[in-house]
Design a protein around this ligand. Structure first.
Ligand code: NAP
Ligand code: ZN
Ligand code: ZN
Length: 347
């Protein structure tokens, strides 16, 4: 099997370093993709550092992948060489369970085959997008709208769909008040998407630093949150609050901002259990929920929506040798708003 260039974490405590990776020739239903860009998701940090306790090494992270099809298997019908495509957080699923049949492969009863730190049906470990190429089944590959650049579109494959799916599920639109907690990679996509859907959007951030940006991205209101006094007057006024922060949060504070029947949705994944008081849930029939990425059909719908609305991620392009530095900066919230690796820098 040919090997291709990549960057990998050898263990949870070592920085990422150059690595050679085997990629097979496409099987009957698979396409081979030359990767042009790969976004850096905070999940890449959680996983390479084994913060969720399920990491296997060596690990090539990356699940915000865009590139161009270079070869196709004999029975591929959806793509041809030269097509501009994307791969997101998973590359396969069982295809027969109820969630898969509904097109919600992310909730596959057997667990989707994640793009990296996952296992294919035959046990082969999956390796992600910090690499020159990837090979994936055509049914799990997305089409990138012609008007969107491949670098700015890469973060749509995870950050974009992770916000789009709950915004649609909870009916964001005109007359709906949406709060976004944390203006990072996920959060800034949430602001752009909710605004484009016609919702009234509020950003809750840790400091004043991103106030101007939040307006430029499409938010109507901005709060630097430091305790209940900082959001005084906002109680009982939101339909939907999406939390993208993985650090500990004052859950009661945000539950109290919801109208009766409002929903607080967990998107950022804290490593520790989430402590909530019952009273703010009970007094208002409010919901605390979670949501994970989106299915293939909905991801394509999101990409097409972004194509029509001209939405891409605000990115800072880096060479792959800067990836460890980028991780450190991301942990300090020092990126506006997504690092994207230019894969032409991978030798
Ligand atoms: P990110 O770009 O690092 O953004 C996280 C944001 O959280 C920061 O920009 C910051 O916003 C805020 N924040 C950081 N530290 C904080 C602290 N100590 N207290 C309060 N707020 C803090 O990360 P991301 O890529 O958006 O990912 C966020 C989380 O979502 C990660 O846990 C990731 O694993 C998870 N995720 C979940 C899904 C899913 O399907 N559910 C998909 C992708 C990622 P401010 O500066 O505005 O406060
Ligand atoms: Zn991600
Ligand atoms: Zn399934």
């Amino acid at each position: 099997m040919p090997t291709v260039a990549a960057y990998a974490a050898a263990s949870a405590t070592e920085p990422l370093a150059p690595f050679r990776l085997e990629r097979r020739a496409p099987r009957a239903h698979e396409v081979a993709i030359k990767i042009q860009a790969c976004g850096i998701c905070h999940t890449d940090i959680h996983q390479t550092r084994n913060e969720w306790g399920n990491s296997t090494f060596p690990m090539v992270p990356g699940h915000e992948i865009t590139g161009v099809v270079t070869a196709i298997g004999a029975q591929v019908t959806k793509f041809k060489p030269g097509d501009r495509v994307g791969v997101g957080c998973f590359v396969d699923s069982c295809r027969s369970c109820q969630p898969c049949r509904r097109g919600e492969e992310q909730y596959c009863d057997r667990g989707p085959v994640f793009t990296y730190n996952g296992q294919e049906a035959d046990g082969t470990p999956t390796q992600g997008g910090y690499s020159a190429t990837i090979v994936a089944d055509e049914n799990y590959v997305l089409r990138i709208p012609a008007n969107l650049p491949l670098d700015g579109a890469a973060p749509l494959l995870c950050a974009g769909i992770t916000l789009y799916s709950p915004l649609r599920h909870w009916h964001a639109g005109p007359g709906v008040r949406v709060g976004i907690v944390g203006l990072g990679g996920l959060g800034h996509m949430g602001v752009k998407l909710a605004h484009a859907m016609g919702a009234e959007v509020t950003v809750f951030s840790q400091s004043e630093r991103k106030r101007e940006d939040s307006r430029r991205l499409g938010a109507d209101h901005f709060y630097a949150v430091s305790g209940a006094a900082s959001v005084a007057g906002q109680e009982r006024s939101y339909d939907l609050i999406l939390n993208t922060v993985s650090a500990p949060l004052d859950w009661s504070l945000y539950l109290n901002l919801l109208k009766p029947d409002g929903s607080l949705v967990i998107l950022g994944v804290p490593p520790a259990p989430v402590p909530v008081h019952a009273l703010p849930l009970v007094a208002g029939r409010r919901t605390l929920a979670g949501s994970m990425i989106g299915g293939i059909r909905e991801t394509q719908e999101m990409l097409d929506f972004c194509g029509r609305a001209g939405i891409t991620s605000d990115i800072e392009t880096i060479a792959i040798a800067q990836v460890n530095q980028a991780y450190d900066r991301m942990l300090k919230s020092d990126v506006r708003y997504r690092f994207v690796i230019d894969m032409a820098t991978l030798q």
